[in-house]
Design a protein around this ligand. Sequence first.
Ligand code: P5A
Length: 445
Amino acid sequence: MRLSRYFLPVLKENPADAQIVSHRLMLRAGMIKQSAAGIYSWLPLGYKVLKNIENIVHEEQAKAGHMPMLMPTMQSADLWRESGRYDDYGEEMLRVTDRHGRDMLYTPTAEELITEIFRSHVSSYKDMPLTLYQIQWKFRDEIRPRFGVMRGREFYMKDGYNFDLTKEDALHAYNRHLVSYLRTYERMGLQAIPMRADSGPIGGDDTHEFLVLADTGESEVFYDSAVTDLSFGDRDIDFDSVDQCAAIMQEFTTKYARTDETHDEAVFNEVPEERRRTARGIEVGQIFYFGTKYSDAMGATVQGPDGKPVAVHMGSHGIGVSRLLGAIIEASHDDKGIIWPEGVTPFHVGILNMKQGDEDTDAACQAIYDSFAALGLEPLYDDRNERAGGKFATMDLIGLPWRITVGPRGLKNGVVELTSRRTSESEEMTAEQAVEKVAAIYASL
Ligand code: P5A
């Protein structure tokens, strides 16, 4: 993509109403534009990162054997009356009446809708286990939408639902989700720590939230610092293996890590004092096991192996896809702007032309651009007639992890400059070497 043709409405000034750095940077980098309180348009740069995050979620869900589908954003209130949540959910639910006077709502979560789909089509234990998920817009009429995409009213969520014959099977599904989420967040350059939490309006006793530690996080958390040494890494997982998933669950949830909702001072005090930490965190996901809460209320039964009807065991599992953009920026930025992890960056590399209109410089930039395109990588080429300072500032603000600077002086010596956004370190090398080095970094992801 050539920057001269791209829609990147960067802001020079800090927006006054943005209180936290991720919100400020998303507005300044032209990623989002507020349309109403807690409701945003996703401009091209923001949309690109949103899609990259969504793709990682899809890829990791596929590995776990979960099936993607799509449900509507509008639902009939009737299903929610069946489960009893129409009244319970409260003012966060946006209620709408259609022209025929029917009560509708904008989906805040889809346990009822998916249970209805399941009970209509599955009648035998032989068609289980089953895990379905979607990535779809949700609406919660938050009393105080704030911090940009972090606490929106309209937000993008991955919501998955498992249907199992027994509690044991459903707990395996719970563990499987935990394992797949660990890898999902790590691929986005994040450490998201599973913490024992409260289940709120979703219900059930077993629930973990995934928290990214950040001073601007809305949740207060208490943990044993040893949990921050755990990393999932590049493990080979057999998602059907009950033992393997349970062992990883154990490994990542045995050390003390809880949100303030479930914090227990007495248990916390058993952690050696020098390892006790109190901090803030951003909740980027949550998994639930709630047994037969919805299947009982909505009559979702299957015929068991002995021919008798069994209420199915369920759980639901969410990832805050749009919130993740904010969380990643909170975890990865400096005073000049965003620093995208390679796994989610909107463009793989920036090409900076220091003398637009100079024949050799233009040709060298074009050649680098073409080499990346041939390798299937997407560069953002700053071909604007701007001063070098402005070009550097834009690149730093939008945070591409790698930048290649091309100017007549270097070209005379046969070199360009490759710079890491994260370390600011620059190296001179031939254009071919720069392309090779960047390509090798992405190939290793
Ligand atoms: C699990 C999936 C649920 O709704 N039902 C279906 C369950 N869980 S949850 O914890 O309430 O939400 C899942 C994740 O969505 C993100 N999230 C939000 N993101 C932005 N703005 C909001 N207002 C908002 N509310 C929830 C969080 O990351 C949460 O973990």
